[in-house]
Design a protein around this ligand. Structure first.
Ligand SMILES: *[C@@H]1O[C@H](CO)[C@@H](O)[C@H](O)[C@H]1NC(C)=O
Ligand SMILES: *[C@@H]1O[C@H](CO)[C@@H](O)[C@H](O)[C@H]1NC(C)=O
Ligand SMILES: *[C@@H]1O[C@H](CO)[C@@H](O)[C@H](O)[C@H]1NC(C)=O
Ligand SMILES: CC(=O)N[C@H]1CO[C@H](CO)[C@@H](O)[C@@H]1O
Length: 326
């Protein structure tokens, strides 16, 4: 592609990504009158955080996903545990692996200073996820807003989150429970282009895959060697992390799908996208066409951001994202 074609492709992506229907009662520009600075305050703080540590982009994107999949996009992932309640953030899939809570705190305190009690924590997460994607080279898209914050957060509810060990059928089933299709699931998996993982989520693929196989045969052998170097056998060091993707780091394009095609998907759930001819065909299409991927990714994020939202007078606008209002 020459520069002219690249520019044309970028413009096309941009135009298509903006045509996202907003369902539910959420609205694009919801804060235009009640807190006009809301989206720019979120954007500026996310930009500051991501330039300080690019890992915050993946962290904030994952946080929105975890929020939406557990009790809907209601900010419940942000609530701290109390002596009487173990909250979502301390549930098994999350504990000590979610990042970016302090970024949300900074955003929330700035928002409370300029428009007290107006902007929900759930909307902050939806905007911050969008900005994280755009700041790392992904598509930008409008985020319909007006979500309200939930008052319940329970560690046990994190069972709704798909695990990195899932195969295609389970992944598809978990997304279906949230009214998302297999195509949405494959599309949202593209988020694994950015971010990192603890070794414990995948090291069985290197050392103890099954009763008769030490190593997962779907792993590219040279990639497996690299991972073994990063995650030594039996190290059990909880601080060991590897990038989710070895292709250009922190650049939100569709090279994740190329990696999957090459046996370089980090998780069982990444490699699982090749399990059927249909799913593999979409992986191939995304690998070949980043523009198409970005358009579909923006659409799928829009759908995910509508899961079981609280609107109108349901829920509340939390004053502190970590604590339900008294
Ligand atoms: C995953 O799918 C298998 C069948 O393929 C099923 O037995 C199992 O219960 C599923 N696990 C989850 C967590 O859904
Ligand atoms: C899925 O869609 C059905 C029908 O519109 C709706 O009743 C249900 O609440 C939705 N579930 C989720 C998790 O959004
Ligand atoms: C290997 O996996 C099996 C079954 O998943 C498990 O029972 C066993 O403890 C594992 N071995 C090691 C050394 O982790
Ligand atoms: C899946 C996973 O990483 N679970 C971890 C959740 O947090 C607890 C406590 O920190 C760990 O023991 C689990 O391994």
């Amino acid at each position: 592609m020459d520069r002219g074609q690249m520019l044309a492709a970028t413009v096309l992506c941009f135009l298509l990504s903006n045509i996202i229907s907003s369902e539910a009662e959420l609205q694009v520009g919801f804060y235009n009158y009640i807190c006009p600075a809301a989206e720019s305050i979120v954007h500026d703080e996310v930009k500051r955080a991501v330039s300080y540590n690019p890992g915050f982009a993946a962290g904030l994107l994952r946080m929105h996903f975890h929020d939406c999949f557990v009790r809907g996009c209601d900010g419940s992932v942000l609530i701290d545990s109390t002596p009487f309640n173990e909250a979502e953030k301390d549930g098994p899939p999350n504990k000590s692996s979610l990042r970016g809570f302090e970024v949300v705190d900074n955003i929330k305190s700035q928002l409370e200073a300029v428009c007290q009690g107006k902007v929900s924590c759930a909307d902050i997460l939806a905007f911050a996820a969008r900005d994280s994607v755009a700041l790392t080279g992904g598509p930008s898209y409008d985020v319909p807003a007006g979500r309200r914050d939930g008052r319940i957060s329970q560690a046990a509810d994190t069972k709704d989150l798909p695990a990195p060990t899932f195969g295609l059928a389970n992944l598809t089933a978990f997304f279906a429970k949230k009214n998302l299709t297999q195509e949405d699931m494959i599309t949202l998996s593209g988020a694994h282009k950015i971010g990192r993982s603890h070794c414990s989520f995948f090291d069985f693929r290197l050392y103890n895959f099954s009763s008769n196989m030490v190593q997962d045969p779907s792993l590219d052998p040279s990639y497996a060697e690299l991972l073994k170097h990063e995650c030594p056998k039996d190290s059990n060091d909880p601080n060991l992390v590897v990038p989710l993707n070895t292709l250009p780091p922190n650049a939100f394009d569709s090279s994740y799908y190329r990696a999957v095609l090459e046996g370089r998907g980090l998780f069982v759930s990444d490699q699982a996208l090749l399990s059927t001819p249909e799913s593999a065909a979409l992986v191939q299409q995304y690998a070949a066409d980043a523009c198409f991927f970005k358009k579909k990714f923006a659409e799928a994020m829009g759908k995910m951001g509508q899961i079981e939202v609280l609107t109108g007078s349901s829920g509340e606008i939390r004053a502190n994202c970590r604590v339900i209002n008294s």
